[in-house]
Design a protein. Structure first.
Length: 99
Protein backbone atom coordinates (compact mmCIF):
# COMPACT_ATOMS: atom_id res chain seq x y z
CA UNK A 1 0.00 0.00 0.00
CA UNK A 2 1.36 3.43 -0.96
CA UNK A 3 0.93 6.58 1.03
CA UNK A 4 -0.72 9.55 -0.59
CA UNK A 5 1.31 12.42 -1.94
CA UNK A 6 2.57 14.83 0.66
CA UNK A 7 0.83 18.16 0.82
CA UNK A 8 2.32 21.62 0.92
CA UNK A 9 4.16 22.63 4.10
CA UNK A 10 1.77 24.36 6.47
CA UNK A 11 4.19 27.17 7.23
CA UNK A 12 6.82 28.42 4.80
CA UNK A 13 7.68 31.33 7.07
CA UNK A 14 7.70 31.19 10.85
CA UNK A 15 8.66 33.42 13.77
CA UNK A 16 11.03 31.29 15.84
CA UNK A 17 12.06 33.62 18.67
CA UNK A 18 11.37 37.10 20.03
CA UNK A 19 13.62 39.20 22.28
CA UNK A 20 13.69 42.79 23.50
CA UNK A 21 15.95 43.61 20.53
CA UNK A 22 13.97 42.00 17.70
CA UNK A 23 12.74 38.69 16.37
CA UNK A 24 13.89 35.80 14.20
CA UNK A 25 12.12 34.51 11.11
CA UNK A 26 12.69 31.07 9.60
CA UNK A 27 12.38 31.46 5.85
CA UNK A 28 13.67 29.10 3.16
CA UNK A 29 15.43 27.01 5.83
CA UNK A 30 17.40 30.10 6.86
CA UNK A 31 16.89 32.13 10.00
CA UNK A 32 16.89 35.91 9.68
CA UNK A 33 16.93 38.49 12.48
CA UNK A 34 14.77 41.61 12.32
CA UNK A 35 16.07 44.18 14.79
CA UNK A 36 13.49 46.59 16.17
CA UNK A 37 16.07 49.30 15.49
CA UNK A 38 15.58 48.72 11.75
CA UNK A 39 11.95 47.53 11.87
CA UNK A 40 10.38 49.63 14.67
CA UNK A 41 6.76 49.07 13.60
CA UNK A 42 7.00 45.52 15.08
CA UNK A 43 8.25 46.65 18.52
CA UNK A 44 4.93 47.03 20.36
CA UNK A 45 2.71 44.45 18.63
CA UNK A 46 1.34 41.31 20.23
CA UNK A 47 3.03 37.93 19.73
CA UNK A 48 -0.11 36.74 17.92
CA UNK A 49 0.09 39.61 15.43
CA UNK A 50 3.83 39.11 14.96
CA UNK A 51 3.51 35.36 14.36
CA UNK A 52 0.74 35.72 11.78
CA UNK A 53 3.04 36.24 8.81
CA UNK A 54 2.47 35.13 5.23
CA UNK A 55 4.68 34.67 2.19
CA UNK A 56 2.44 35.66 -0.74
CA UNK A 57 5.45 35.75 -3.12
CA UNK A 58 8.94 34.23 -2.78
CA UNK A 59 10.56 37.56 -1.88
CA UNK A 60 7.68 39.30 -0.12
CA UNK A 61 6.37 38.98 3.45
CA UNK A 62 3.00 40.18 4.70
CA UNK A 63 1.56 40.59 8.21
CA UNK A 64 -2.22 40.83 7.57
CA UNK A 65 -3.21 41.86 11.12
CA UNK A 66 -0.70 44.73 10.97
CA UNK A 67 -1.05 45.54 7.24
CA UNK A 68 2.74 45.46 6.89
CA UNK A 69 4.46 44.43 3.65
CA UNK A 70 8.16 43.73 3.68
CA UNK A 71 10.64 42.74 0.99
CA UNK A 72 12.92 39.90 2.08
CA UNK A 73 15.81 41.87 0.60
CA UNK A 74 15.23 44.61 3.20
CA UNK A 75 15.94 42.04 5.94
CA UNK A 76 19.05 40.68 4.23
CA UNK A 77 20.37 44.15 3.30
CA UNK A 78 18.89 46.81 5.61
CA UNK A 79 21.63 49.25 4.52
CA UNK A 80 19.97 49.38 1.08
CA UNK A 81 16.73 50.52 2.73
CA UNK A 82 17.83 53.39 5.01
CA UNK A 83 14.42 54.91 5.65
CA UNK A 84 13.03 53.95 9.04
CA UNK A 85 9.48 54.73 10.07
CA UNK A 86 9.25 56.80 13.24
CA UNK A 87 6.17 57.92 15.08
CA UNK A 88 5.88 61.64 15.67
CA UNK A 89 6.04 62.74 19.25
CA UNK A 90 3.66 65.40 20.45
CA UNK A 91 5.39 68.62 21.34
CA UNK A 92 3.93 70.53 24.24
CA UNK A 93 4.98 74.19 24.28
CA UNK A 94 5.40 76.14 27.54
CA UNK A 95 1.82 77.47 27.35
CA UNK A 96 0.48 73.90 27.64
CA UNK A 97 -1.24 73.77 24.25
CA UNK A 98 -0.26 70.77 22.12
CA UNK A 99 0.68 71.25 18.50
Amino acid sequence: MRSGARGKPTSVVEVTNVSQHGFWLLLDERERFLAFEHFPWFRDVSIGQLCKVELPHPHHLYWPDLDIDLAVESIDHPDRFPLVSQSKKRVQPPNGVER
